[in-house]
Design a protein around this ligand. Sequence first.
Ligand code: GAP
Length: 487
Amino acid sequence: MTTNENKFQQIISHAKEYGFVFQSSEIYDGLSAVYDYGPYGSELKKNLRDYWWKSMTQMHENIVGIDAAIFMHPTTWKASGHVDNFSDPMIDNRDSNKRYRVDHLIEGLADKLNDEGKTEEAENLIAEMEQLLGAEDYTGLKDLIISNNIVCSVSGTANWTDIRQFNLMFSTQLGSVTEEADTIYLRPETAQGIFVNFLNVQKTSRMRIPFGIAQIGKAFRNEIVARQFIFRMREFEQMEMQFFVRPGTEGEWYRYWKEARLQWHLSLGISPKKYRYHDHVKLAHYAKEACDIEFEFPMGFKEVEGIHSRSDFDLTQHQLYSKKKMQYFDNDVNPATGKPFGNYIPYVVETSIGLDRMFLLILSESYEEEILTKEDGSTDTRAILHIPAKIAPVKLAILPLVKKDGLPEIARKVMDECKQHFRCFYEEKDAIGKRYRRQDAIGTPFCVTIDHQTKEDDTVTIRYRDSMLQERIPASKVREIVLNNIL
Ligand code: GAP
Protein backbone atom coordinates (compact mmCIF):
# COMPACT_ATOMS: atom_id res chain seq x y z
CA MET A 1 0.00 0.00 0.00
CA THR A 2 1.40 3.45 -0.88
CA THR A 3 1.51 6.21 1.74
CA ASN A 4 -1.39 7.94 0.01
CA GLU A 5 -3.52 4.79 0.00
CA ASN A 6 -2.66 4.42 3.68
CA LYS A 7 -3.77 7.96 4.37
CA PHE A 8 -7.02 7.38 2.49
CA GLN A 9 -7.72 4.21 4.51
CA GLN A 10 -6.94 6.08 7.74
CA ILE A 11 -9.42 8.81 6.78
CA ILE A 12 -12.13 6.23 6.05
CA SER A 13 -11.55 4.48 9.41
CA HIS A 14 -11.44 7.80 11.25
CA ALA A 15 -14.70 8.92 9.60
CA LYS A 16 -16.39 5.79 10.90
CA GLU A 17 -14.81 5.69 14.35
CA TYR A 18 -15.73 9.28 15.16
CA GLY A 19 -19.28 9.31 13.79
CA PHE A 20 -18.79 11.12 10.50
CA VAL A 21 -19.68 8.51 7.85
CA PHE A 22 -21.12 4.99 8.05
CA GLN A 23 -21.71 2.46 5.32
CA SER A 24 -25.46 2.40 4.57
CA SER A 25 -27.34 -0.60 6.03
CA GLU A 26 -24.10 -1.87 7.52
CA ILE A 27 -25.82 -4.56 9.61
CA TYR A 28 -26.90 -6.17 6.31
CA ASP A 29 -23.33 -5.95 4.96
CA GLY A 30 -23.92 -2.54 3.46
CA LEU A 31 -25.12 -1.25 0.12
CA SER A 32 -22.42 -0.50 -2.39
CA ALA A 33 -21.61 3.18 -2.88
CA VAL A 34 -24.34 4.38 -0.51
CA TYR A 35 -23.37 6.04 2.79
CA ASP A 36 -24.99 7.53 5.88
CA TYR A 37 -23.70 10.54 7.79
CA GLY A 38 -23.36 10.23 11.56
CA PRO A 39 -23.70 12.91 14.27
CA TYR A 40 -20.53 14.87 13.43
CA GLY A 41 -20.75 14.12 9.71
CA SER A 42 -24.25 15.52 9.45
CA GLU A 43 -23.14 18.69 11.31
CA LEU A 44 -20.15 19.15 9.00
CA LYS A 45 -22.28 18.51 5.93
CA LYS A 46 -24.87 21.01 7.11
CA ASN A 47 -22.18 23.63 7.75
CA LEU A 48 -20.76 23.13 4.24
CA ARG A 49 -24.25 23.36 2.77
CA ASP A 50 -24.93 26.59 4.69
CA TYR A 51 -21.54 28.04 3.73
CA TRP A 52 -22.24 27.47 0.03
CA TRP A 53 -25.86 28.66 0.28
CA LYS A 54 -24.88 31.87 2.05
CA SER A 55 -22.08 32.59 -0.43
CA MET A 56 -24.49 32.16 -3.33
CA THR A 57 -27.76 33.69 -2.12
CA GLN A 58 -27.01 36.04 0.79
CA MET A 59 -23.81 37.40 -0.80
CA HIS A 60 -25.31 37.86 -4.29
CA GLU A 61 -28.38 40.06 -4.53
CA ASN A 62 -29.11 38.57 -7.94
CA ILE A 63 -29.13 34.90 -6.90
CA VAL A 64 -32.20 33.29 -5.33
CA GLY A 65 -32.77 29.74 -4.15
CA ILE A 66 -35.30 27.02 -4.83
CA ASP A 67 -36.00 23.51 -3.54
CA ALA A 68 -37.47 21.44 -6.37
CA ALA A 69 -38.79 17.87 -6.13
CA ILE A 70 -36.60 14.87 -6.90
CA PHE A 71 -39.28 13.38 -9.15
CA MET A 72 -39.97 15.29 -12.34
CA HIS A 73 -42.17 14.72 -15.36
CA PRO A 74 -40.45 12.02 -17.48
CA THR A 75 -40.38 14.29 -20.53
CA THR A 76 -37.92 16.49 -18.61
CA TRP A 77 -35.22 13.86 -19.12
CA LYS A 78 -36.09 13.33 -22.75
CA ALA A 79 -35.79 17.10 -23.33
CA SER A 80 -32.56 17.44 -21.35
CA GLY A 81 -30.95 14.66 -23.37
CA HIS A 82 -30.39 12.40 -20.36
CA VAL A 83 -32.55 9.56 -21.71
CA ASP A 84 -30.49 9.39 -24.88
CA ASN A 85 -27.07 10.63 -23.81
CA PHE A 86 -26.51 10.22 -20.09
CA SER A 87 -24.35 7.17 -20.36
CA ASP A 88 -20.77 6.11 -19.88
CA PRO A 89 -18.72 3.86 -22.14
CA MET A 90 -18.23 0.55 -20.33
CA ILE A 91 -16.26 -2.57 -21.02
CA ASP A 92 -16.70 -6.03 -19.48
CA ASN A 93 -14.08 -8.64 -18.75
CA ARG A 94 -15.41 -11.98 -20.06
CA ASP A 95 -13.51 -14.07 -17.49
CA SER A 96 -14.55 -12.23 -14.32
CA ASN A 97 -17.79 -10.63 -15.64
CA LYS A 98 -16.57 -7.43 -13.98
CA ARG A 99 -17.66 -4.20 -15.65
CA TYR A 100 -15.42 -1.13 -15.86
CA ARG A 101 -15.89 2.43 -16.93
CA VAL A 102 -13.45 2.81 -19.80
CA ASP A 103 -11.99 6.11 -18.57
CA HIS A 104 -11.46 4.69 -15.06
CA LEU A 105 -9.64 1.69 -16.44
CA ILE A 106 -7.24 3.84 -18.44
CA GLU A 107 -6.86 6.41 -15.64
CA GLY A 108 -5.90 3.52 -13.33
CA LEU A 109 -2.93 2.77 -15.57
CA ALA A 110 -2.05 6.49 -15.76
CA ASP A 111 -2.04 6.68 -11.93
CA LYS A 112 0.30 3.67 -11.83
CA LEU A 113 2.64 5.29 -14.37
CA ASN A 114 2.64 8.50 -12.33
CA ASP A 115 3.49 6.55 -9.17
CA GLU A 116 6.43 5.05 -11.06
CA GLY A 117 7.59 8.53 -12.09
CA LYS A 118 6.65 8.02 -15.76
CA THR A 119 4.68 11.25 -15.88
CA GLU A 120 5.15 11.95 -19.58
CA GLU A 121 3.89 8.47 -20.51
CA ALA A 122 0.89 9.00 -18.21
CA GLU A 123 0.10 12.39 -19.73
CA ASN A 124 0.30 10.99 -23.28
CA LEU A 125 -2.01 8.14 -22.33
CA ILE A 126 -4.62 10.51 -20.85
CA ALA A 127 -4.35 12.86 -23.84
CA GLU A 128 -4.93 9.96 -26.26
CA MET A 129 -7.88 8.70 -24.19
CA GLU A 130 -9.49 12.14 -24.13
CA GLN A 131 -9.06 12.55 -27.86
CA LEU A 132 -10.70 9.13 -28.48
CA LEU A 133 -13.50 9.82 -25.97
CA GLY A 134 -14.11 13.17 -27.67
CA ALA A 135 -14.41 11.43 -31.04
CA GLU A 136 -16.55 8.63 -29.48
CA ASP A 137 -14.10 6.22 -31.10
CA TYR A 138 -14.85 3.06 -29.09
CA THR A 139 -12.80 0.77 -31.32
CA GLY A 140 -9.82 3.08 -30.79
CA LEU A 141 -10.40 3.06 -27.03
CA LYS A 142 -10.52 -0.74 -26.91
CA ASP A 143 -7.28 -0.84 -28.95
CA LEU A 144 -5.73 1.58 -26.46
CA ILE A 145 -6.69 -0.73 -23.56
CA ILE A 146 -5.28 -3.79 -25.32
CA SER A 147 -2.10 -2.17 -26.64
CA ASN A 148 -1.30 -0.95 -23.12
CA ASN A 149 -1.84 -4.44 -21.69
CA ILE A 150 -4.54 -3.25 -19.28
CA VAL A 151 -5.95 -6.28 -17.51
CA CYS A 152 -8.92 -6.91 -15.21
CA SER A 153 -7.95 -6.61 -11.53
CA VAL A 154 -10.00 -9.73 -10.69
CA SER A 155 -9.20 -12.22 -13.48
CA GLY A 156 -5.86 -10.72 -14.49
CA THR A 157 -6.79 -11.22 -18.17
CA ALA A 158 -7.32 -8.91 -21.12
CA ASN A 159 -10.34 -10.86 -22.42
CA TRP A 160 -12.43 -7.75 -23.04
CA THR A 161 -15.84 -7.33 -24.69
CA ASP A 162 -16.52 -4.45 -27.07
CA ILE A 163 -17.20 -1.09 -25.45
CA ARG A 164 -20.90 -0.22 -24.90
CA GLN A 165 -22.82 2.71 -23.47
CA PHE A 166 -24.86 2.31 -20.24
CA ASN A 167 -27.43 4.84 -19.05
CA LEU A 168 -26.83 5.99 -15.48
CA MET A 169 -30.38 6.99 -14.52
CA PHE A 170 -32.41 5.02 -11.97
CA SER A 171 -36.00 4.51 -12.99
CA THR A 172 -39.08 3.69 -10.98
CA GLN A 173 -42.85 3.52 -11.43
CA LEU A 174 -45.31 6.29 -10.66
CA GLY A 175 -48.70 5.00 -9.46
CA SER A 176 -49.60 1.78 -7.69
CA VAL A 177 -50.88 -0.33 -10.62
CA THR A 178 -47.95 -1.45 -12.72
CA GLU A 179 -49.88 -1.66 -16.01
CA GLU A 180 -50.99 1.94 -15.66
CA ALA A 181 -47.71 3.06 -14.28
CA ASP A 182 -45.51 5.58 -15.92
CA THR A 183 -41.74 5.23 -15.80
CA ILE A 184 -40.14 8.12 -14.01
CA TYR A 185 -36.54 8.76 -13.05
CA LEU A 186 -34.71 9.73 -9.90
CA ARG A 187 -33.06 12.97 -10.98
CA PRO A 188 -29.41 12.50 -11.99
CA GLU A 189 -28.72 16.22 -11.47
CA THR A 190 -30.60 18.99 -9.66
CA ALA A 191 -30.16 21.45 -12.54
CA GLN A 192 -33.31 20.47 -14.45
CA GLY A 193 -35.52 21.49 -11.50
CA ILE A 194 -34.05 24.97 -11.95
CA PHE A 195 -34.56 25.09 -15.73
CA VAL A 196 -38.21 24.06 -15.66
CA ASN A 197 -38.89 26.69 -12.97
CA PHE A 198 -36.91 29.42 -14.69
CA LEU A 199 -39.85 31.70 -15.52
CA ASN A 200 -41.74 30.98 -12.26
CA VAL A 201 -38.70 32.13 -10.31
CA GLN A 202 -37.81 35.06 -12.57
CA LYS A 203 -41.33 36.48 -12.40
CA THR A 204 -42.06 35.87 -8.71
CA SER A 205 -38.72 37.18 -7.50
CA ARG A 206 -38.70 40.00 -10.10
CA MET A 207 -35.20 39.10 -11.25
CA ARG A 208 -33.58 40.73 -14.25
CA ILE A 209 -30.84 39.22 -16.33
CA PRO A 210 -28.10 38.50 -15.34
CA PHE A 211 -29.41 36.49 -12.36
CA GLY A 212 -28.93 33.08 -10.83
CA ILE A 213 -30.99 30.30 -9.22
CA ALA A 214 -29.31 28.12 -6.62
CA GLN A 215 -30.38 24.73 -5.35
CA ILE A 216 -29.09 22.02 -3.04
CA GLY A 217 -30.49 18.52 -3.19
CA LYS A 218 -30.10 14.83 -3.75
CA ALA A 219 -29.16 13.34 -7.11
CA PHE A 220 -28.93 9.69 -8.11
CA ARG A 221 -26.71 7.90 -10.61
CA ASN A 222 -26.34 4.19 -11.17
CA GLU A 223 -22.58 4.43 -11.21
CA ILE A 224 -21.31 1.13 -12.54
CA VAL A 225 -17.93 1.43 -10.96
CA ALA A 226 -18.70 3.14 -7.69
CA ARG A 227 -15.56 3.30 -5.61
CA GLN A 228 -13.36 5.44 -3.42
CA PHE A 229 -15.66 5.87 -0.45
CA ILE A 230 -17.92 8.94 -0.76
CA PHE A 231 -16.07 10.22 -3.83
CA ARG A 232 -18.40 8.39 -6.22
CA MET A 233 -21.78 7.45 -4.80
CA ARG A 234 -25.08 6.25 -6.20
CA GLU A 235 -27.06 8.66 -4.01
CA PHE A 236 -25.36 11.98 -3.42
CA GLU A 237 -26.05 15.66 -2.94
CA GLN A 238 -25.34 18.48 -5.37
CA MET A 239 -25.09 22.23 -4.86
CA GLU A 240 -25.84 23.81 -8.22
CA MET A 241 -26.34 27.33 -9.47
CA GLN A 242 -27.59 28.28 -12.93
CA PHE A 243 -26.68 31.80 -13.96
CA PHE A 244 -28.92 33.20 -16.74
CA VAL A 245 -27.20 35.69 -19.03
CA ARG A 246 -27.73 37.63 -22.23
CA PRO A 247 -26.55 35.63 -25.30
CA GLY A 248 -23.08 36.78 -26.28
CA THR A 249 -22.02 37.49 -22.66
CA GLU A 250 -21.68 33.82 -21.65
CA GLY A 251 -17.90 33.77 -22.25
CA GLU A 252 -17.22 36.55 -19.74
CA TRP A 253 -19.61 35.05 -17.18
CA TYR A 254 -18.02 31.62 -17.61
CA ARG A 255 -14.62 33.15 -16.81
CA TYR A 256 -16.14 35.09 -13.88
CA TRP A 257 -17.63 31.97 -12.27
CA LYS A 258 -14.56 29.86 -12.99
CA GLU A 259 -12.50 32.31 -10.90
CA ALA A 260 -15.22 33.02 -8.30
CA ARG A 261 -15.70 29.36 -7.52
CA LEU A 262 -12.00 28.75 -7.02
CA GLN A 263 -11.92 31.75 -4.66
CA TRP A 264 -14.77 30.18 -2.68
CA HIS A 265 -12.64 27.08 -2.12
CA LEU A 266 -9.64 29.19 -1.13
CA SER A 267 -11.79 31.19 1.33
CA LEU A 268 -11.76 28.05 3.47
CA GLY A 269 -8.03 28.57 3.95
CA ILE A 270 -6.97 25.69 1.70
CA SER A 271 -3.67 26.13 -0.15
CA PRO A 272 -4.04 27.09 -3.86
CA LYS A 273 -1.37 24.43 -4.57
CA LYS A 274 -3.97 21.78 -3.81
CA TYR A 275 -6.20 22.99 -6.66
CA ARG A 276 -5.98 23.06 -10.43
CA TYR A 277 -8.35 23.57 -13.36
CA HIS A 278 -8.99 20.87 -15.92
CA ASP A 279 -10.45 22.27 -19.14
CA HIS A 280 -12.61 19.71 -20.92
CA VAL A 281 -11.77 18.37 -24.35
CA LYS A 282 -14.79 16.04 -24.48
CA LEU A 283 -17.76 18.27 -23.75
CA ALA A 284 -21.03 17.02 -22.23
CA HIS A 285 -23.96 16.97 -24.63
CA TYR A 286 -25.11 20.41 -23.42
CA ALA A 287 -21.81 22.20 -22.91
CA LYS A 288 -20.21 24.99 -24.94
CA GLU A 289 -17.19 25.37 -22.64
CA ALA A 290 -16.49 23.42 -19.48
CA CYS A 291 -13.88 22.88 -16.84
CA ASP A 292 -13.45 21.03 -13.57
CA ILE A 293 -11.95 22.41 -10.41
CA GLU A 294 -9.73 19.55 -9.28
CA PHE A 295 -8.39 18.97 -5.79
CA GLU A 296 -5.44 16.86 -4.76
CA PHE A 297 -7.17 14.06 -2.84
CA PRO A 298 -4.99 11.29 -1.32
CA MET A 299 -5.70 9.32 -4.53
CA GLY A 300 -4.48 12.19 -6.74
CA PHE A 301 -6.00 15.23 -8.43
CA LYS A 302 -9.75 14.64 -8.98
CA GLU A 303 -12.79 16.71 -9.91
CA VAL A 304 -14.68 18.35 -7.08
CA GLU A 305 -16.69 20.92 -9.03
CA GLY A 306 -17.72 21.60 -12.61
CA ILE A 307 -18.24 24.97 -14.31
CA HIS A 308 -20.20 24.64 -17.54
CA SER A 309 -21.28 27.10 -20.17
CA ARG A 310 -24.51 25.35 -21.21
CA SER A 311 -25.59 27.80 -23.94
CA ASP A 312 -29.39 28.01 -24.35
CA PHE A 313 -29.55 24.25 -24.79
CA ASP A 314 -31.69 23.31 -21.79
CA LEU A 315 -34.25 26.13 -22.00
CA THR A 316 -34.59 25.66 -25.77
CA GLN A 317 -35.16 21.94 -25.32
CA HIS A 318 -37.78 22.50 -22.61
CA GLN A 319 -39.52 25.06 -24.82
CA LEU A 320 -39.55 22.53 -27.65
CA TYR A 321 -40.85 19.59 -25.60
CA SER A 322 -43.30 21.47 -23.35
CA LYS A 323 -44.46 23.89 -26.06
CA LYS A 324 -44.31 26.62 -23.37
CA LYS A 325 -42.31 29.77 -24.05
CA MET A 326 -39.03 29.94 -22.14
CA GLN A 327 -38.20 33.44 -23.30
CA TYR A 328 -37.23 36.46 -21.28
CA PHE A 329 -38.05 40.04 -22.27
CA ASP A 330 -34.98 42.25 -21.86
CA ASN A 331 -35.95 45.92 -21.91
CA ASP A 332 -32.38 47.18 -21.53
CA VAL A 333 -31.34 49.20 -24.56
CA ASN A 334 -28.97 47.55 -27.00
CA PRO A 335 -26.33 50.23 -27.75
CA ALA A 336 -25.84 48.78 -31.24
CA THR A 337 -29.49 49.31 -32.28
CA GLY A 338 -30.73 51.90 -29.77
CA LYS A 339 -33.70 49.57 -29.12
CA PRO A 340 -34.43 47.09 -26.27
CA PHE A 341 -32.73 43.72 -26.55
CA GLY A 342 -36.26 42.27 -26.56
CA ASN A 343 -37.22 38.59 -26.33
CA TYR A 344 -34.64 35.84 -26.17
CA ILE A 345 -33.87 32.53 -24.51
CA PRO A 346 -31.09 33.25 -22.00
CA TYR A 347 -27.75 31.47 -22.03
CA VAL A 348 -26.68 29.65 -18.89
CA VAL A 349 -23.44 29.31 -16.98
CA GLU A 350 -23.64 26.60 -14.35
CA THR A 351 -21.57 25.90 -11.26
CA SER A 352 -22.06 22.40 -9.88
CA ILE A 353 -20.35 20.96 -6.84
CA GLY A 354 -20.90 17.66 -5.07
CA LEU A 355 -21.54 18.22 -1.37
CA ASP A 356 -20.26 14.75 -0.46
CA ARG A 357 -17.13 15.28 -2.52
CA MET A 358 -16.56 18.62 -0.81
CA PHE A 359 -16.99 16.81 2.51
CA LEU A 360 -14.31 14.30 1.49
CA LEU A 361 -12.09 17.18 0.41
CA ILE A 362 -12.38 18.73 3.89
CA LEU A 363 -11.63 15.42 5.61
CA SER A 364 -8.64 14.79 3.30
CA GLU A 365 -7.27 18.27 3.82
CA SER A 366 -7.77 18.37 7.58
CA TYR A 367 -6.79 14.89 8.71
CA GLU A 368 -3.40 14.59 10.36
CA GLU A 369 -1.71 12.05 12.57
CA GLU A 370 0.71 14.12 14.58
CA ILE A 371 3.60 12.43 16.40
CA LEU A 372 4.10 14.05 19.80
CA THR A 373 7.25 13.56 21.85
CA LYS A 374 6.59 13.37 25.57
CA GLU A 375 8.89 14.69 28.30
CA ASP A 376 10.33 11.20 28.92
CA GLY A 377 11.26 10.89 25.23
CA SER A 378 8.52 8.42 24.36
CA THR A 379 6.13 9.26 21.52
CA ASP A 380 2.39 9.46 21.18
CA THR A 381 0.16 10.07 18.15
CA ARG A 382 -2.59 12.63 18.01
CA ALA A 383 -5.30 12.16 15.34
CA ILE A 384 -6.55 15.59 14.50
CA LEU A 385 -8.95 17.21 12.06
CA HIS A 386 -7.83 20.76 11.25
CA ILE A 387 -11.33 21.64 10.00
CA PRO A 388 -11.72 25.40 9.38
CA ALA A 389 -13.47 26.80 12.48
CA LYS A 390 -16.39 28.23 10.49
CA ILE A 391 -17.47 24.78 9.27
CA ALA A 392 -16.30 22.61 12.20
CA PRO A 393 -19.09 20.31 13.51
CA VAL A 394 -18.56 21.48 17.10
CA LYS A 395 -17.09 24.92 17.75
CA LEU A 396 -16.48 24.77 21.48
CA ALA A 397 -16.05 22.03 24.07
CA ILE A 398 -16.78 23.01 27.66
CA LEU A 399 -14.91 20.85 30.13
CA PRO A 400 -15.07 21.15 33.94
CA LEU A 401 -11.77 19.79 35.30
CA VAL A 402 -13.55 17.67 37.93
CA LYS A 403 -17.13 16.60 38.47
CA LYS A 404 -17.41 18.31 41.88
CA ASP A 405 -16.65 21.48 43.87
CA GLY A 406 -19.20 23.50 41.92
CA LEU A 407 -17.17 23.36 38.65
CA PRO A 408 -19.93 21.65 36.59
CA GLU A 409 -22.35 24.41 37.62
CA ILE A 410 -19.98 27.13 36.35
CA ALA A 411 -19.34 25.15 33.16
CA ARG A 412 -23.08 24.83 32.56
CA LYS A 413 -23.36 28.61 32.84
CA VAL A 414 -20.75 29.04 30.07
CA MET A 415 -22.63 26.44 28.03
CA ASP A 416 -25.92 28.34 28.43
CA GLU A 417 -24.28 31.58 27.31
CA CYS A 418 -22.84 29.98 24.16
CA LYS A 419 -25.18 27.26 22.94
CA GLN A 420 -27.67 29.62 21.31
CA HIS A 421 -24.91 31.05 19.15
CA PHE A 422 -22.95 28.01 18.02
CA ARG A 423 -22.69 24.26 18.53
CA CYS A 424 -21.12 23.39 21.90
CA PHE A 425 -20.21 20.12 23.52
CA TYR A 426 -20.21 19.51 27.28
CA GLU A 427 -18.22 16.72 28.93
CA GLU A 428 -17.24 15.90 32.51
CA LYS A 429 -15.96 12.32 32.13
CA ASP A 430 -12.29 11.19 31.84
CA ALA A 431 -8.97 12.92 32.31
CA ILE A 432 -8.69 16.31 30.66
CA GLY A 433 -5.96 15.13 28.22
CA LYS A 434 -8.18 12.34 26.96
CA ARG A 435 -11.08 14.76 26.51
CA TYR A 436 -8.86 17.17 24.52
CA ARG A 437 -7.81 14.31 22.23
CA ARG A 438 -11.40 13.36 21.51
CA GLN A 439 -12.17 16.97 20.55
CA ASP A 440 -9.06 17.12 18.32
CA ALA A 441 -10.28 13.99 16.55
CA ILE A 442 -13.63 15.55 15.66
CA GLY A 443 -12.04 18.90 14.75
CA THR A 444 -13.31 21.12 17.61
CA PRO A 445 -11.26 24.33 17.31
CA PHE A 446 -11.67 25.53 20.92
CA CYS A 447 -11.89 23.85 24.31
CA VAL A 448 -12.39 25.70 27.59
CA THR A 449 -11.57 24.16 30.94
CA ILE A 450 -13.18 25.32 34.14
CA ASP A 451 -10.94 24.67 37.17
CA HIS A 452 -10.63 25.76 40.80
CA GLN A 453 -9.04 29.08 39.83
CA THR A 454 -12.23 29.89 37.92
CA LYS A 455 -14.03 30.06 41.27
CA GLU A 456 -11.54 32.63 42.50
CA ASP A 457 -11.06 34.98 39.55
CA ASP A 458 -13.72 33.98 36.98
CA THR A 459 -11.12 32.98 34.38
CA VAL A 460 -11.02 29.79 32.28
CA THR A 461 -8.31 28.10 30.22
CA ILE A 462 -8.91 28.21 26.49
CA ARG A 463 -7.04 25.64 24.39
CA TYR A 464 -6.53 26.07 20.66
CA ARG A 465 -6.77 22.84 18.68
CA ASP A 466 -4.07 23.41 16.05
CA SER A 467 -1.32 24.91 18.21
CA MET A 468 -2.41 23.22 21.47
CA LEU A 469 -1.60 26.57 23.09
CA GLN A 470 -3.48 27.32 26.27
CA GLU A 471 -4.21 30.72 27.80
CA ARG A 472 -6.21 32.08 30.65
CA ILE A 473 -9.07 34.37 29.68
CA PRO A 474 -12.08 35.84 31.51
CA ALA A 475 -15.03 33.41 31.30
CA SER A 476 -17.13 36.29 29.99
CA LYS A 477 -14.91 36.51 26.86
CA VAL A 478 -15.39 32.90 25.67
CA ARG A 479 -18.44 33.54 23.51
CA GLU A 480 -16.88 36.58 21.83
CA ILE A 481 -13.59 34.80 21.03
CA VAL A 482 -15.36 31.86 19.43
CA LEU A 483 -17.78 34.09 17.50
CA ASN A 484 -14.88 36.18 16.15
CA ASN A 485 -13.33 33.04 14.70
CA ILE A 486 -16.34 31.42 13.12
CA LEU A 487 -18.06 34.25 11.29
N1 GAP B 1 -25.50 19.64 -13.62
C1 GAP B 1 -24.18 19.32 -14.04
C2 GAP B 1 -23.66 18.10 -13.43
O1 GAP B 1 -24.36 17.35 -12.79
P1 GAP B 1 -21.46 16.71 -13.16
O2 GAP B 1 -20.04 17.08 -13.50
O3 GAP B 1 -22.00 15.44 -13.67
O4 GAP B 1 -22.32 17.95 -13.64
C3 GAP B 1 -21.29 17.85 -10.83
O5 GAP B 1 -21.61 16.71 -11.59
C4 GAP B 1 -20.61 17.49 -9.53
O6 GAP B 1 -21.41 16.54 -8.82
C5 GAP B 1 -19.26 16.81 -9.69
O7 GAP B 1 -18.22 17.76 -9.83
C6 GAP B 1 -19.13 16.05 -8.39
O8 GAP B 1 -18.64 16.87 -7.35
C7 GAP B 1 -20.57 15.67 -8.07
N2 GAP B 1 -20.85 14.28 -8.46
C8 GAP B 1 -21.16 13.81 -9.69
N3 GAP B 1 -21.36 12.48 -9.66
C9 GAP B 1 -21.16 12.10 -8.38
C10 GAP B 1 -21.21 10.85 -7.70
N4 GAP B 1 -21.55 9.73 -8.33
N5 GAP B 1 -20.94 10.83 -6.37
C11 GAP B 1 -20.62 11.97 -5.70
N6 GAP B 1 -20.56 13.17 -6.28
C12 GAP B 1 -20.83 13.25 -7.61
